[in-house]
Design a protein around this ligand. Structure first.
Ligand SMILES: [Zn+2]
Length: 436
């Protein structure tokens, strides 16, 4: 049986290994150039051949320093006419993809002036070669499928990640990058800025909204007001956030350069973000092309993440703040608390220390909510009332949850006088007070 198209692809890696490692290939190259010198041929031709030798030597050394080459080429692909440029593009792309296996910050092949826009795409590349099913960390291989010259210094390049199993080609993802020429090599960016270059923008405070047609100004103002309230609590200043308003996750992915990714098959909505120093980039792919909606709960998490990495704060306390300040799933704090009261607090024997270790949940409009988050909301409310937000800030920085939550109870006692021994009794008091 004839194998599929992609089994015919000649690997870039293998093509050059032939030249580098096989004795006869090197011999052939040498003898061919020897005959050129003997016959004293056109000097122009010699220059061209020397250029080729130089390129091969350069490429060979690059390949040796990068033992793990990855990019594969379809032999029919149309590459830049200039062979030096073509090889520089392929080598740089190869290095960019290899670097994408490591942390985003280590990738030296990212186009510096569009770094935050590219980080969001690098998140999608991370782990792309791995297949759990086939127990292979390099199962999906990258194939260059197109390289189109956009102008004198940039190309649009497309890469597909494909794994072959039993003569069957399995597509994991199609990516699109912009390759920017810098001296003799290339750096890469997401096509986000290029794709949205004709979009409109609305700046409000330090938030910049990017949209295609119209934007709901009333919602933008509401959003700005709540942002200011959160930022004031967090003493957060000069943080710039760019929001791109999209219809759905399909549009979101297309804008940033993910043409297809198996992982999101069938999914309609999503919100993706990236962060770099004082900037954050948020792409709204949740039926929000005109910014008619925003979630005050998630906005809390977003603003907090601008001042401290979320992994450094206590998750339950962070959620407690988000529920108290922004409700959840479109419901207000009061509506959420009533549901908690009906479904959880109605059980008189509930032990609040135990639910901290083994969470229990209650439902609101089909969504699950952790009861412990509501208890933390009540504690945050008490601390903020008695000591201002600086007390809540100290509480948040208890750090990640650990078995037994020793540090959590230690700081709680310092802030409120509530110890682990009195926790259950005091939490019941806070619940009864909130019911009234
Ligand atoms: Zn949350």
């Amino acid at each position: 049986m004839r194998r599929l198209f992609y089994s015919e692809i000649v690997s870039f890696n293998c093509t050059f290994r032939t030249v580098i490692t096989k004795g006869e290939a090197i011999h052939f190259t040498k003898s061919k150039f020897g005959s050129i010198f003997d016959r004293n041929l056109d000097i122009q031709l010699i220059k061209q051949k020397m250029k080729l030798i130089y390129t091969l030597v350069l490429l060979t050394s690059l390949l040796y320093t990068n033992a793990q080459t990855t990019l594969r080429l379809n032999s029919n692909i149309v590459l830049p006419k200039d062979s030096i440029e073509s090889k520089a593009l392929i080598t740089s792309l190869n290095n960019f993809l290899i670097s994408a296996r490591k942390s985003n910050q280590e990738n030296k092949f990212v186009f510096e002036s569009e770094k935050i826009e590219t980080l969001i795409l690098l998140d999608e590349l991370n782990g792309i070669e791995r297949s759990e099913k086939f127990q292979d960390i390099f199962f999906y291989k990258p194939y260059l499928t197109n390289a189109v010259l956009l102008n004198d210094s940039s190309y649009n390049v497309k890469v597909s990640y494909i794994g072959i199993n039993d003569n069957e080609a399995l597509l994991r993802a199609n990516f699109e990058f912009i390759a920017h020429k810098t001296r003799n090599s290339f750096t890469f960016s997401s096509p986000l800025l290029l794709n949205t270059r004709n979009w409109k923008t609305k700046k409000t405070g330090n938030n910049i909204f990017h949209y295609q047609n119209t934007i709901n100004l009333k919602k933008v103002n509401e959003f700005n007001e709540l942002t200011s309230i959160y930022d004031e609590k967090l003493k957060s200043i000069n943080k710039r956030v760019d929001y791109y308003c999209c219809e759905n996750i399909i549009e979101l992915q297309k804008l940033i350069g993910v043409e297809y990714k198996l992982d999101y098959n069938g999914r309609t909505q999503g919100i993706w973000s990236s962060k770099l120093e004082n900037r954050k980039l948020v792409i709204l792919g949740n039926d929000n092309a005109n910014f008619n909606e925003f979630d005050p709960h998630d906005l809390w998490h977003d603003r907090l993440s601008l001042v401290i990495p979320r992994k450094e704060v206590n998750r339950a306390i962070d959620e407690g703040c988000a529920y108290l300040f922004g409700g959840s799933w479109g419901l207000t704090w009061k509506e959420i608390f009533d549901a908690f009261n009906e479904q959880i607090a109605s059980e008189e024997n509930t032990n609040w220390i135990e639910i901290k270790e083994t969470p229990i949940y209650f439902k609101t409009s089909g969504f699950s909510n952790s009861a412990d988050y509501i208890i933390n909301a009540l504690l945050v409310q008490k601390i903020e009332k008695e000591q201002g937000f600086s007390g809540v800030w100290e509480f948040l920085r208890v750090g990640p949850s650990e078995k037994g939550n020793i540090r959590y109870y230690e700081i709680l006692k310092k802030l409120t006088g509530i110890s682990k021994a009195t926790y259950n009794k005091e939490v019941w008091k806070l619940i009864r007070k909130e019911i009234r």
